[in-house]
Structures are given as structure tokens and as C-alpha cells.
Write a new protein. Structure first.
Length: 277
């Protein structure tokens, strides 16, 4: 009886905690979207500025939900509403076509004062290399995303870029939805497109290696980094990306949007070409 009573008590406590948390989140979602946040989005987030009014309203709701359900902490640096909105935008941009998605496995986003090394050190001294600007946590840091503050700010200056550290890391998380970060986001990409996608990766990597592509050479690291790097370009400078990389554009549009015409365009590609290498 004592054990039963203890179990019951623990259950009641947990239920109350969940209920209270849900109520607090709902209260935040019912609040009017802050004018300051809208100003930040308009000035800093190019993706948002290109949306129509109804789409902007949806983007704002998702910003509210993300910030209400995730913890964003500065590590040895101050963070303000601008940084928080930038982090939320990084998450929403690659999933904008999927309005119900809110990264269920992400709980904490840590913002570092600058880039860092493999041991998460950010100190600046001679001979020390701090080259990591973002990371998706694993093992003991599972559920955590780490972003470099100056690189995040640089990505959201209201101008088109080929790089965005926030989008890069959240694309890794989407890639991880099927259980592994491998450059094949099977939760978003239909299985029949996997072979042609891998073929397209190989083709573009050869161009990068020969200096015939404007895609960041970091994409050569592996297929996972290739996906994240080209996704940055796709979301931050879509017209330029479409002009210079039409085949890659079709694959990413079919993966990250609900545009059926893009999926049909990929299906119409020659199966012989996809198997040629």
C-alpha cells in the first residue's frame, strides 16, 4: 500500500507539472505578438520579409510557439529578444511548409559568445583554433543545439547570403528525424528520390572539387554536411540558387515544400541518368 501511495503521489506531481506547463505555454500563445519581435523579423529575417500577410502571421505564431516551448540560454554572453527571434527563425525557416512541426526532441539552445573547439572552449589565444560555429548535441547533450552568437547575427542581417549557421544546424535536426544524420532526410524525402538525390550530391561534389561550383567547399565533408550547406543557400538566396543549381533546387524544393510540381519534375528525370554512376 505504501508503494502504491508513493507511485500515485509521483503520478499526481508529474501530471500537475505537465498541466501547468501546458497552461503556461497556452497563455503565451494567446498573447498578442510583440511589436518589437515583428520589427526584428522585418528588418533581420529576409525569408519573413518575402512572405505575404497571411504567411507572416503563421510565421509569427510559430515564433511564439517555439519561444514558449524551448529554452534559449546565453553561455558567457548576453542574449536579448533579437537573438531569441533569430534562433526561432532559424528553426522555422526550413520547416515553414510543415506548420505543426516544432522539433519535439529539442529542448535547449545554447548561444556561445563566439565559435568554439571540440571541447566547447571559446577562449582566444595564440595557437588555439575555434572553428565550430554551430553543433547539434549528441549523447549527454542530446536535445541541445549550440550556436555561435556572432555567426547567428551575421546570418540575419536582412541581406541574402549563401550561409546561415542556424538554418544549417536545424536542417541537421530534420535529417536526424529518421534516426541518423546522413544527408538523406527520409522523414521528408520520398524513398524513390533517394537514389537520384545521392547521384546529384556526387555530381555537385565533383564540381566543387574542380572549382566549378560556388557552393561552400565544407559541403565536401560528407553527405550530411552537403545537405545542410546547400539548404543554407537554398533558403537564404533562393533565386540565385535556382539559377545556378536548378537540379539541386528541384530536390530541395520537393523536400522542404509541399510543391507537388517539384516532385513531378524529379520523377521526370531519366532513371538511366540516376543510375549512370
Amino acid at each position: 500500500m505504501v508503494i502504491l501511495a508513493v507511485v500515485l503521489l509521483i503520478g499526481i506531481v508529474l501530471f500537475r507539472k505537465v498541466f501547468i506547463k501546458k497552461r503556461l505555454v497556452q497563455e503565451k500563445l494567446n498573447e498578442k505578438f510583440p511589436a518589437l519581435w515583428r520589427e526584428i523579423l522585418s528588418k533581420k529575417v529576409l525569408f519573413y520579409s518575402h512572405l505575404n500577410n497571411s504567411e507572416k502571421s503563421l510565421f509569427e505564431k510559430r515564433v511564439q510557439r517555439f519561444l514558449a516551448t524551448k529554452t534559449i540560454e546565453g553561455i558567457d554572453t548576453e542574449i536579448d529578444d533579437t537573438i531569441r527571434v533569430m534562433v526561432a527563425s532559424s528553426a522555422i525557416i526550413p520547416t515553414f511548409a510543415f506548420p505543426e512541426y516544432n522539433y519535439p526532441d529539442v529542448h535547449v539552445i545554447l548561444v556561445y559568445p563566439n565559435s568554439f573547439d571540440e571541447e566547447f572552449q571559446t577562449q582566444r589565444f595564440e595557437g588555439h583554433r575555434e572553428y565550430i560555429t554551430g553543433m547539434v548535441g549528441n549523447r549527454f547533450q542530446n536535445g541541445t543545439v549550440i550556436l555561435s552568437k556572432p555567426d547567428l547575427i551575421m546570418a540575419f542581417d536582412g541581406l541574402p547570403h549563401k550561409s546561415n549557421v542556424g538554418v544549417h544546424e536545424f536542417v541537421h535536426l530534420l535529417d536526424k528525424e529518421d534516426g541518423v544524420i546522413d544527408g538523406i532526410p527520409e522523414s521528408l524525402m520520398e524513398h524513390k528520390f533517394v537514389g537520384p538525390w545521392l547521384h546529384e550530391i556526387k555530381k555537385e561534389m565533383e564540381k566543387i572539387e574542380s572549382g566549378k561550383s560556388d557552393i561552400n567547399p565544407y559541403a565536401l565533408t560528407n553527405n550530411a554536411e552537403f545537405l545542410a550547406v546547400v539548404s543554407e543557400y537554398f533558403f537564404n538566396s533562393p533565386e540565385k540558387f535556382k539559377h545556378r543549381h536548378p537540379e539541386l533546387y528541384e530536390f530541395l524544393a520537393a523536400t522542404f515544400t509541399t510543391d507537388k510540381s517539384m516532385q513531378h519534375a524529379i520523377e521526370d528525370k531519366s532513371p538511366v541518368e540516376a543510375r549512370s554512376n
